[in-house]
Design a binder for this molecule. Structure first.
Ligand code: GLC
Length: 612
């Protein structure tokens, strides 16, 4: 046996029994399991030497992705730099943003106008021609690795586009391919499903099935009608999708974002979300990656309430995802912006801070999707706030309809039946930068910039990995031009998916501009974060009561080091009633002071460290 083969065998031996056990439990098919194992070896052999080296290096430092210098940015390739080659040319800009992990938003081949922002994949092995080729992708990941940057991509495994080869053959009536989806020749079973399965896009894509008149069948389409749900009860689907996963990993991808993971297993009579088999599949993926490409980590997209999210970490002995989005904290943050009441956010932070430190959350203010108001409603109810009316308040607030609200944005999937709606807009527009610029109101602008920075400073204090949304570093505003494009006009998420404004980035060093104020302060915060040990993954974090419900204070501690972050979520000057021994240093200005009854301007914040 050659050295390479031995390494593979060792890794396989470590996981073989459990992998076989889980596979057999789901599929009871030993031939297909044998095929999976032999294909894993093929993908292992096909992996480039540089990537094998990366695997070996990271095996010695398995916590590499939890380090305090990790800073992500998600971006659309076309919006940011035209194509993959363009992104490669802009890596220095990303470096100047302190970013060392880029999430390339979906770039695989998907039909124009029926792509759900690229989440309807027609070919898992082909890049959208206008963005480049697989070689361009591999060159980009290589260039990123040379600059100590990681690359994240989506693995959209719940569904394929209706233009995928399998879907086309299924539509032609080929049974082998129909069995890879959920096909029904009458509406009887779909009708049963509809009784228990909630809707993802109630207004833009109502219902969970689509009728295909040409073959007189209904096909399951949980998301858009052109996104056909894959049937993971079929081991062929699982195996082939795992081969696609390994193929993409072999292009030098470091982080695989498992899109819409809670949805991948369906059972009649259930909500078809978070079923136990989903965890079996994710656990198998984790082991497959650990055997073939162990430097690749899994980021689960679980946009659910906290009790549903945490199980996707698996257990310490049997881990599933390496990272999960801190979605409830994100939504609670914006709730706090609208209510000036930090109690819910504090409660949420206490829950997250109480979880094992092995759980790594990805923290963010905004992403490419809408904000669904997934808050802790039982707690809000105990404070007298009802779910429906509170959601309406939040949506009114962020669309700028509430007296005093400076936010601008639009509703998303406003559902007249459930009275539910979600929200779209960029961070800067939600913080009031758009309205202040429009009104040419310098005071408002100053406060809006302060709000934006305070929120970023707060986000960066959370334990886990911060992920910026491209454009936020220079305060990019809502982009209303999507309304002129018929294939985008119905989907208001395009409001915050505008082309990156390079003219804005040109001003990022000029602190007289909004762009420069945001960029330079953010940059300082990021640099402080990656140097101070209180931001280590194993530091302790707590909230701190400063006797004012609009001020959130967070302590981070590592050995003798003590850090305090204080954030004023109100639009008034406020005092944090606090008394701490010793002298503190403002980590942004270097100024030393006594931490006693600290006064913050409206939407102000401070990052301070105790001086020994
Ligand atoms: C995820 C993506 C979202 C997409 C959906 C369907 O939730 O974030 O943009 O619409 O999956 O693939």
């Amino acid at each position: 046996m050659g050295k390479k083969e031995i390494v593979f065998q060792e890794r396989m031996n470590r996981h073989h029994d459990e992998l076989k056990w889980l596979y057999t439990e789901l599929y009871g098919n030993s031939d297909m399991f044998a095929e999976l194992c032999s294909q894993m070896y093929e993908y292992y052999k096909a992996r480039k030497q540089k990537l094998h080296n990366r695997d070996a290096k990271r095996a010695e430092d398995p916590d590499w992705f939890r380090k305090k210098d990790m800073l992500g940015m998600m971006l659309y390739i076309d919006n940011f730099a035209g194509n993959l080659k363009g992104v490669r040319e802009k890596l220095d800009y990303l470096k100047s943003c302190n970013v060392n992990c880029i999430h390339l938003m979906p770039f695989l081949d998907s039909p124009e106008g029926r792509s759900d922002g690229g989440y309807a994949v027609a070919d898992f092995r082909k890049v959208k021609p206008e963005l480049g080729t697989m070689e361009d992708l591999a060159e980009l990941t290589d260039a990123c690795h040379a600059k100590n940057m990681n690359v994240c991509m989506d693995f959209v495994m719940n569904h394929t586009s209706e233009d995928h080869e399998w879907a086309k053959r299924a539509r032609n009536g080929e049974g082998e391919y129909m069995s890879r989806y959920f096909f029904y020749d009458s509406y009887d079973i779909p009708a049963e499903y509809e009784k228990t399965v909630p809707q993802v896009f109630p207004t833009t894509a109502p219902g969970n099935f689509t009728y295909l008149p040409e073959i007189k069948h209904h096909v399951m389409t949980t998301f858009y009608p052109y996104q056909w749900d894959l049937n993971y009860k079929n081991p062929r689907v699982f195996n082939e999708m795992m081969y696609n996963f390994l193929y993409l990993a072999n292009q030098g991808i470091d982080v695989i974002r498992i899109d819409a993971v809670p949805y991948i297993w369906k059972e009649l009579g259930t909500q078809c979300r978070n079923l136990p088999q989903v965890h079996t599949i994710v656990r198998m993926m984790r082991m497959i990656a650990e055997i073939v490409c162990p430097s690749v980590i899994l980021l689960g997209e679980v946009v659910m309430e906290p009790e549903k999210v945490v199980p996707y970490f698996g257990t310490i002995e049997k881990p599933e995802c390496h990272m999960l989005y801190n979605v409830t904290t994100m939504a609670s943050t914006w709730h706090t912006v609208a209510t000036h009441d930090i109690r819910l956010l504090k409660k949420q932070m206490d829950i997250v801070n109480g979880l094992p430190k092995e759980y790594v959350f990805l923290n963010y203010l905004r992403c490419h999707d809408d904000i669904g108001w997934g808050l802790d409603y039982p707690t809000l109810k105990s404070w007298g706030l009802e779910e429906i009316s509170h959601k309406r308040y939040l949506n009114d607030f962020f669309t700028g309809k509430v007296q005093g609200s400076v936010s601008r944005g639009e509703l998303y999937n406003d559902d007249p039946v459930t009275m539910d709606a979600r929200f779209c807009g960029t961070t800067a527009s939600m913080c009031g930068i758009e309205s202040a610029l429009y009104e040419k109101d310098a005071n408002k602008l100053e406060e809006a910039v302060r709000t934006d920075l305070m929120l970023h400073a707060y986000m960066l204090v959370q334990s886990g990995i911060p992920m910026l949304y491209s454009g936020d570093e220079v305060g990019q505003l809502n982009d209303y031009t999507y309304k002129e494009n018929p294939s985008k006009a119905v989907d208001s998420r395009y409001l915050h998916r505008g082309a990156f404004q390079w003219e804005a980035a040109d001003k990022c060093k000029d602190t007289d501009t909004v762009e420069g104020k945001l960029f330079t302060t953010l940059s300082t915060l990021e640099k402080v974060r990656r140097t101070e040990s209180v931001f280590d993954a194993d530091a302790n974090a707590y909230t701190y009561d400063v006797k004012d419900n609009s001020i959130l204070a967070i302590i981070r501690m590592k050995e003798e080091e003590r850090f305090l972050g204080i954030f004023n979520f109100s639009n008034e000057t406020k005092t944090a009633w606090i008394q701490e021994e010793g002298t503190f240093k403002d980590l942004l200005t270097g100024k030393k002071f006594q931490m006693k009854d600290y006064v913050l301007p409206p939407h102000g914040f401070v990052w301070a460290k105790k001086v020994k």
